[in-house]
Design a protein around this ligand. Structure first.
Ligand SMILES: Nc1ncnc2c1ncn2[C@@H]1O[C@H](COP(=O)(O)OP(=O)(O)O)[C@@H](O)[C@H]1O
Ligand SMILES: [Mg+2]
Length: 295
């Protein structure tokens, strides 16, 4: 895990692992730039999302067992573990996407900012706006680039052109796509490359001004260059968002995340700072997995 040093105008990475960063967005103003820039990664963790004794069932089949973990604000947390261990299930529990599946149930709780997301009073649409999601296979709508970005706003009733234009520009800049598409915003999103489509899906999520971005293997369908771009983007985005990323790529977890959670057979085996976990895992199962002995 590289250490990062921040100053006002640029991000300096002392480790070349991540590669050159994209200068995606000029700071809007000095004051805002100060706000937008996070503490360095050594800053204390402030838990935003907390799972407490969380159990999850598909019908009678239990997929998650007694998961308790704290996901820190404005950092990147990676979920790793072999296929079928429950990474997507726990990720989808954070914005209640699992609600859409028939016959599911849960025990325990997940809170965001101290509020239970399973509170019967809670409005699920609002939760999903606050907790955006990006999937393995990018899923732009068969609409223009512009309309993809403003989709959530339009659904929420926003139709003022100046406001929509502003959100499109901001979101596409934040997702490092603006320069590539600014002259063809009215063209179909489906004409973009795979990596561009994934960044468009990130822009679409960002346009709703979420607090949290959930990403389920967002690079697994991309080539190495497009993957590197998304990784650099994730690195930029944690200035403003709390990010949780599922990845089966160990190197990716090591490159992009501050914290790593290792799951095995529906259980959280180990959760630690990424560097600590990769250098000296405390559990044998974690060590076997990260050294490629199984999975
Ligand atoms: N929609 C579903 N219906 C029934 N079982 C499911 C469903 N989705 C996942 N599962 C089961 O839950 C377990 C965890 O799956 P998943 O969360 O997708 O794991 P991962 O993302 O780590 O590969 C697996 O045993 C899987 O078969
Ligand atoms: Mg999965």
């Amino acid at each position: 895990m590289p250490s990062q040093l921040y100053n006002d105008e640029e991000i300096t990475m002392t480790d070349t692992q991540i590669g050159s960063h994209i200068n995606a967005e000029a700071p809007r103003s000095k004051a805002q730039a100060h706000d937008a820039f996070p503490k360095a990664d050594t800053s204390p963790d402030i838990a935003l999302i907390q799972a407490r004794n969380f159990n999850f069932f598909y019908g009678k089949q239990q997929a998650l067992f007694d998961i308790s973990l704290d996901i820190p604000e404005r950092k990147v947390t990676a979920f790793i573990g072999p296929s079928g261990c429950g990474k997507s299930t726990i990720l989808r529990s954070i914005n209640r996407m699992n609600d859409l599946i028939e016959g599911v149930s849960h025990g325990g709780d997940i809170t965001i900012g101290g509020t239970s997301i399973y509170d019967p009073q809670l409005e699920v649409i609002g939760l999903r706006r606050r907790v955006g999601m990006v999937f393995q296979k990018s899923n732009p709508f068969p609409k223009s680039i512009y309309e993809n970005v403003v989709y959530g706003l339009r659904v929420a009733g926003e139709n003022r052109k100046a406001r929509l234009d502003e959100v499109v520009e901001q979101s596409l800049k934040s997702s490092a796509l603006w320069d590539e598409v600014k002259d063809r915003l009215q063209e179909s999103a489906l004409a973009l490359s795979g990596g561009q489509m994934q960044r468009l899906c990130i822009a679409r999520a960002i346009a709703n001004e979420p607090d949290v971005l959930l990403m389920d293997e967002p690079c697994s369908a991309l080539d190495p260059i497009a993957t590197a771009k998304i990784e650099e983007l994730i690195y930029q985005l944690k200035r403003d968002f709390t990010i949780v990323i599922v990845t089966h790529n160990m190197q990716q977890a090591a490159r992009v995340s501050d914290k790593t959670a290792f799951f095995y057979l529906g259980k959280l085996i180990e959760f630690n700072n990424t560097k600590a976990m990769f250098i000296s895992p405390t559990k044998k199962q974690t060590e076997d997995y990260i050294t490629g002995r199984f999975g």
